[in-house]
Design a binder for this molecule. Structure first.
Ligand SMILES: [Mn+2]
Length: 449
């Protein structure tokens, strides 16, 4: 059998499953996790398959058409995992690729039991007897929602008096998604690799950009670097935005020509073993920043460094954002882009004209990763093992007549991925250059060669 299922690789998935079974047992809840449905791109052509993050995290199985049922300990019976998956089929495998198969799954994935996926909905009622609750995420797939409700209705119609049956449907978020917040060692290894690949790609783009190139040439270069270094895919749509295109936050057209004198904003991250990196760098298309570009760039960088420094265990999740906003507003007032006093601009939110998004989100299997941002109504405390982005920016619209002309059409964002540790914030993506002098030196060398 290939190394995809070797014992060392599978061990962390089995450990996460044990932890999930503990949490579920404490609540008397079973959990049903379904694989992502293959999606059509157009006509009969499918998108490349990307497994569901929850299912992947607890099995390491990337196949479509499978499901994991986690059953809590009850009545002296130990908690257990039942994996439903496709059976092997030589003819089908010839067309669509190898399958793990029902026979090999228990040994290789260390699940307690494996069954054919065709039996999922008919087996479920029997397996759920004895469970008081079912943890299942509604609203993702209507067809599966209907099947789950039917199973629950079928169970309810049973009249045997002493059977415990699921009478409550729990969302996966407060139960299983909380476990995704603090990353284990294997997850951090995958995230560090995603970060490393991403930084190499950004550095390569910084060396390769030339006036006269089209944005998509750099998109292609970035994604080539991702793939050739072993990334699964880009973790999200690559943004390559020259000049004022950087002021469109989710710009993905990537087809304009780059001109000397512009800044180039690249927001791109690799996915490795389905863990994401999320990095933004902004640098001159020519050799140097113009004076106004450099002033705004240094301001965003100051805000970012201060925000990173505040991403510490015990502080609140929203503290990096508050820090970034404070630094940005002070700078905008100093430069004359905001004419209020600092407290007035903070109070009125006038800065949102130039900085309209948040500074951070969780990062992990999903770019905007699972896990709540609040606890008991307040921003939650950061703890070691959590990974978040720190990504302040400034965007001055091309047609903003209220600011001096020299600022118009400048868009800047600087984004890194930060691991909270006992020893303070650890920047996973520090290898992508961001100091302005370093960037200018790199650009000068690149343009001379
Ligand atoms: Mn981000």
């Amino acid at each position: 059998m290939n190394s995809r299922y070797d014992a060392e690789r599978i061990a962390p998935y089995a450990a996460r499953r044990s932890r999930a079974l503990e949490v579920l047992s404490a609540r008397g809840a079973a959990a049903l996790l379904l694989s992502a449905r293959p999606k059509l791109r157009n006509a009969d052509t499918e998108h490349r398959y990307r497994p569901d993050s929850d299912l992947w995290r607890l099995t390491g199985l990337g196949e479509p058409h499978c499901a994991l049922l986690l059953l809590p300990a009850s009545n002296g019976r130990a908690a257990r995992s039942v994996l439903f998956l496709r059976e092997r089929n030589a003819e089908q495998e010839l067309w669509s690729g190898r399958r793990l198969g029902v026979e090999r799954a228990p040994e290789l994935l260390r699940v307690d039991e494996a069954r054919p996926i065709e039996g999922l909905w008919s087996d479920l009622p029997g397996l759920l007897e004895g469970c008081a609750r079912l943890c299942y995420r509604t609203g993702v797939d209507a067809q599966s929602d209907a099947a789950v409700l039917e199973v629950l209705a079928r169970l309810r119609s049973k009249t045997r008096s002493n059977a415990t049956l699921p009478h409550e449907l729990l969302d996966t978020a407060p139960v299983l998604h909380e476990l995704r917040l603090s990353k284990d060692q294997a997850e951090l290894r995958a995230m560090s690799r995603a970060a490393e690949i991403t930084c190499a790609a950004h550095a390569s783009a910084m060396r390769s950009a030339r006036p006269g190139m089209r944005e998509f040439e750099l998109e292609a270069l970035i994604e080539y670097e991702f793939r050739r270094r072993g990334a699964d895919a880009p973790a999200y749509g690559t943004i390559v935005a020259g000049g004022a295109n950087a002021c469109i936050l989710h710009y993905v057209d990537n087809r304009d020509e780059l001109r000397d004198g512009q800044l180039l904003l690249i927001d791109a991250g690799a996915e490795f073993e389905h863990y994401a990196a999320d990095v933004t760098r902004t640098f001159p298309v020519g050799e140097r920043f113009s004076a106004p570009q450099r002033e705004l760039y240094e301001l965003v960088l100051r805000a970012q460094l201060a925000a990173i420094d505040s991403a510490r265990a015990g502080r609140r999740f929203d503290e990096p954002h508050a820090t970034a906003v404070r630094v940005l507003v002070e700078g905008l007032c100093e430069l004359g882009l905001l004419r209020d006093s600092v407290p007035a601009a903070l109070e009125s939110g006038a800065y949102k004209r130039f900085y309209m998004h948040r500074t951070s989100h969780w990062l992990g299997l999903d770019v905007h990763d699972a896990g709540s941002y609040v606890r008991e109504g307040a921003s939650r405390e950061l703890a070691p093992g959590m990974v978040l982005t720190i990504e302040p920016g400034l965007y001055v619209a091309e047609d903003d007549r209220e600011v001096d002309e020299r600022w118009r059409g400048i868009g800047i964002r600087i984004e890194d991925d930060v691991l909270v540790t006992d020893a303070g914030p650890q920047v996973l993506t520090a290898a992508a250059p961001k100091a302005p002098d370093e960037i200018e030196a790199l650009r000068a060398r690149a343009l001379a060669s």
